[in-house]
Design a protein around this ligand. Structure first.
Ligand code: HEC
Ligand code: HEC
Length: 427
């Protein structure tokens, strides 16, 4: 199956055709090219196909699609089979003097991968007031086979992440800053226990920009997120991450000295700006797997609201005007996010800050397409590290600003809880 038929298969045909009338009709060729770049398996340099070399030298996967199959997300290793590394599962390191910002688990020939991550899961019972209970699994991460000496960062300054789905992002990108900032309430003036603040990060030009993408809203644009993916995940240089060695630090001399794929005809890079532009237009144009229409289940919607979920998972946003992308402009969308950061408590916290986001803060995850966001193998793996296997588990991990919403969920009669979960899966 090609990427676009895969995406089409998971999104209602009607929604896709409406969505793409503006885009693909004019830019069908670009869309196909963008898809090809997203799916391309990069190879190590030097190779006879110069157009596809430059992988690594240290990397986590050979293609975008390896971690975001069909534009979807990943899942963590299940911990029972040693060779199961999950899908799109990575370990961020804060900023390690030797290992850099992420542990690369693969290396080109002759170069040792940085190490491997083992996950063990511990079952935890959560009892509902009505006597029923749910089973959560709490992850513990261990790094082994470190090839470049011990880690320099503290063991709790690491953060496991799964790849989120990459659909509908061009729409989220075009929601005006002002609309996002209007919902921020950093000092909780309305006293509802939910604050919500924007992440401020450095844009390409160095000026402060509003972060929107990634689990901690660390990236202001889809392009900046894509550039970082090439660098951290695939080990390739592009206009804003010009190092051919990706995430290798000065301490990793063999990596920095290994052959690379930078080409004079590619602006001295492995991924020139022309390729980046086409890839980004493609990712921006992937339609969301839901949320282009208002939800049909009004009762479910009311429950969602009553539980306080909508305080963060904002149902409606409206995109601004972008003459260069009419199909993404002036649209009312139902993504169920405010794109703001919230403190969700210790259980979900990690030791890695991003921009102004602390270790305990996460961007409200969009819920649109939730029912279809299972990993390629059909399993649901929710939250930033994929620990939640169901919507109910995801809710039960909510703490901090969301503690009251979690409590309201727990106090609902079972039928209402099920109703709420069904509603989320219908988005
Ligand atoms: C090794 C796995 C891996 C590879 C390869 C990978 N990604 Fe990702 N991707 C991730 C993870 C993990 C995140 C979440 C990062 C975070 O927030 O810490 C992510 C996040 C993203 C996001 C942000 C989504 C959102 O909802 O905000 C985009 C866009 C994205 N990736 C695009 C790409 C592109 C384009 C490529 C290829 C150049 C790529 N990714 C390659 C794992 C991967
Ligand atoms: C205080 C803000 C807040 C409230 C209230 C809240 N959430 Fe969340 N929700 C978040 C954040 C932030 C995340 C991402 C957390 C992470 O990845 O660790 C999230 C993640 C989720 C996820 C997982 C999404 C994914 O793609 O992994 C689901 C499902 C979810 N919330 C449902 C709910 C429901 C249902 C309610 C109401 C009972 C609720 N949330 C209340 C902020 C909130």
């Amino acid at each position: 199956m090609t990427q676009s038929t895969r995406v089409a298969a998971v999104v209602s045909a009607a929604a896709v055709s409406v969505f793409l009338t503006g885009a693909a009709a004019a830019d069908g060729l670009d869309f196909a090219m963008g898809e090809a770049i997203f799916e391309r398996l990069w190879v190590q340099a030097p190779s006879s196909t110069q157009a596809a070399d430059g992988l690594g030298p240290l990397y986590n996967a050979r293609s975008c699609a390896a971690c975001h199959p069909g534009g979807g997300g990943g899942r963590p290793p299940d911990g029972t089979v040693p060779e199961d590394r999950g899908i799109g599962f990575v370990l961020r390191l804060g900023d390690d003097p030797v290992y850099g910002r992420q542990l690369q688990t693969l290396g080109t020939s002759g170069l040792a991968p940085e190490g491997q991550v083992d996950v063990t899961w511990r079952d935890e019972k959560v009892a509902f007031p009505d006597g029923s209970y749910a089973l959560l699994r709490r992850p513990a991460y261990a790094v082994r086979a470190l090839a470049y000496g011990p880690l320099g960062v503290a063991p709790d300054a690491v953060s496991a992440r799964v790849a989120p789905p990459v659909r509908g992002l061009g729409l989220l990108e075009r929601v005006p800053d002002a609309a996002i900032l209007a919902a921020a309430d950093p000092d909780d003036r309305d006293g509802d226990g939910v604050s919500g603040r924007p992440n401020r990060v450095a844009g390409y030009d160095g000026a402060p920009a509003l972060g929107r993408f990634g689990w901690k809203a660390a990236h202001p644009t889809v392009e900046s997120q894509n550039g970082e993916a090439f660098s951290l995940d695939v080990g390739m240089s592009s206009p804003h991450h010009r190092e051919a060695w990706g995430d290798c630090t000065a301490a990793q001399e063999a990596c920095r000295g290994a052959p690379h794929g930078d080409q004079p005809q590619f602006e001295g890079l492995e991924i020139p700006s022309s390729l980046m532009t086409v890839l980004t237009a493609y990712v921006e144009g992937l339609p969301p797997a839901g949320g282009l229409e208002p939800p049909a289940d009004r009762d479910g919607d009311a429950l969602f609201d009553r539980a306080g979920c909508a305080a963060c998972h904002r149902p409606v946003l409206v995109t601004g005007d972008d003459p260069a992308a009419p199909h993404l402009s002036n649209r009312t969308i139902f993504p169920y996010t405010d794109l703001l950061l919230h403190d969700l408590g210790d259980d979900l916290g990690d030791g890695v800050a991003a921009g102004e986001a602390t270790g305990r803060e996460w961007r409200t995850a969009p819920l649109w397409g939730m029912g279809r966001s299972a990993a390629e193998d059909g399993r649901l793996a929710l939250l930033h590290d994929g620990r939640a296997r169901s919507v109910a588990e995801a809710i039960l991990w909510h703490g901090g600003e969301a503690a009251a919403a979690r409590r309201r969920f727990m106090e609902m009669p079972r039928a209402e809880r099920e109703r709420l979960v069904r509603f989320v899966l219908s988005l």
